[in-house]
Design a protein around this ligand. Structure first.
Ligand code: FMN
Length: 408
């Protein structure tokens, strides 16, 4: 489901009030398939029990540097060598200061110093502590050494004040963990542009024509591309899910806006995936003021065609050779496979994903999708019902396999 699967994650928990949220983080990371070993500082133990973490990870939680495990090994060395990623959430000002200066006075700081795994810090503290020149200097030094940070965010703090210092939300931290784990993946150095959401075509200043797209499929594709190290751009109409961490969002409203944004982004892209539900027609004229109902029995709207984004990208790549891989979706209500094959040929695509949007468990708004994978080489594969995240992961895996990496 995500690149956390089968990864060894060391989760450091330090003594801030936000550490109750790290139990949720540990649980979610374990649910995504990571092996999560939690190390708590003695200050964290004032706020939360190791038992909570053992219950959600199914693994022993660690607190003491001087107690060897059952095999006689000392935990800072085993954790530091096995970790694929060390994440500290929340990271206190105190622990950040220790890490900046190379201190190793507890199990967590000793593990970090002994490890060469990537390190991700999610700071949480009062605004004054965060903004203090000492903390800022420590953060700068750590960033210079390649340490990754997620947050802190602005908002309500435990003291009751509002300001910068809130722990990043758990889904954001999970996104950052996946981003860091993916940095050396097979799409490293490759630019992947994806579209998502349903465009809005205005009738007047308060009304528009749209469709039920939530953007979930495009967002899942962006996560899957990011997880493999791609520089990922999501050109999106309004979404019902957030733009994932580590993905650059370009927010648009109309099909014309999406056309303009995509043409600007695909020039240097390696992959383009069109997963948005783009209006084919728009009102020929947009009323300057709200259309009044008084004195009208009805209203006739004249519609005109919108520009063909995928078709234009397909045409341009015949001249420019870019993007290297072109993927489309065909959301159909009848004969989706036939319609998709015709679209693949007409628009010069490499891969097309056909889905029947009349099925209740697939298409718009659903968290699952049932699709048929079709490619230029003649493969037609009906895939079983899967989560949109799994469909996305499979599509991105096929993009990688499609020969992209053998091209310059
Ligand atoms: C109620 C309470 C809440 C605290 N919250 C934070 C916090 O959010 N961030 C922070 O940096 N320190 C916070 N502290 C201070 C740390 O607990 C203290 O600096 C401690 O030495 C941190 O140790 P550690 O980094 O080893 O976990 C808090 C202290 C108390 C008493």
């Amino acid at each position: 489901m995500s690149n956390l699967r089968d990864k060894h994650v060391v989760l450091g928990v330090t003594g801030g009030i936000a550490c109750y949220k790290s139990a949720d983080l540990a649980s979610k990371a374990a649910q995504e398939g990571a092996r999560v070993d939690v190390i708590l500082t003695s200050a964290a133990l004032k706020f939360i029990s190791p038992l909570t973490f053992t219950a959600v990870t199914g693994r022993r939680a660690w607190t003491d540097m001087y107690t060897p495990d059952e095999a006689g090994r000392f935990p800072h060395v085993t954790h530091s060598r096995q970790a694929d990623l060390i994440v500290i959430a929340p990271a206190t000002a105190n622990t950040i200061a220790k890490l900046a200066h190379g201190l190793a006075d507890n199990l967590l700081t000793a593990t970090v110093l002994d490890s060469r795994a990537p390190l991700l810090l999610a700071p949480a503290m009062e605004t004054h502590m965060w903004e203090h020149p000492a903390t800022q200097e420590n953060v700068r030094a750590l960033k210079e050494r390649g340490v990754h940070f997620v947050g802190p965010e602005a908002g309500h703090l435990a003291s009751g004040a509002e300001g910068v210092g809130r722990l990043a939300e758990v889904p954001t931290i999970l996104g950052a963990m996946r981003y860091v784990l993916g940095l050396n993946g097979p799409l490293r150095g490759r630019k992947v542009v994806i579209t998502a959401g349903g465009t809005r075509e205005p009738i007047d200043p308060v009304r528009f024509i749209t469709n039920p797209s939530t953007g979930k499929m495009g967002v899942a594709l962006a996560e899957a591309a990011r997880d493999l190290g791609a520089t990922t751009v999501l050109v999106h109409a309004p979404l019902q899910v957030p733009v994932p961490y580590g993905v650059r969002g370009v927010s648009i409203l109309t099909a014309q806006d999406m056309f303009d944004a995509v043409m600007a982004e695909v020039e240097d892209a390696d992959v383009f995936i069109a997963a948005a539900a783009v209006a084919d027609f728009r009102p020929a004229r947009r009323a300057e003021h709200k259309v009044k109902k008084e004195g009208r029995e009805g209203l006739v709207l004249e519609l005109e065609r919108t520009p063909d984004i995928l078709g234009t990208v397909g045409e341009r790549r015949q001249e420019t050779g870019r993007p290297l891989v072109l993927v489309g979706f065909a959301a159909e209500t009848e004969n989706p496979v036939e319609a998709a094959r015709a679209k693949l040929a007409r628009k010069n695509l490499d891969i097309i994903i056909a889905n029947d949007v009349t099925a209740a468990d697939a298409g718009f708004a659903a968290d699952t999708n049932r699709v048929v994978y079709i490619d230029r080489e003649g493969r037609v594969e009906p895939w079983p019902l899967m989560s949109k995240a799994e469909v996305a992961e499979r599509i991105i895996a096929r993009v990688v396999e499609f020969g992209l990496l053998t091209k310059p």
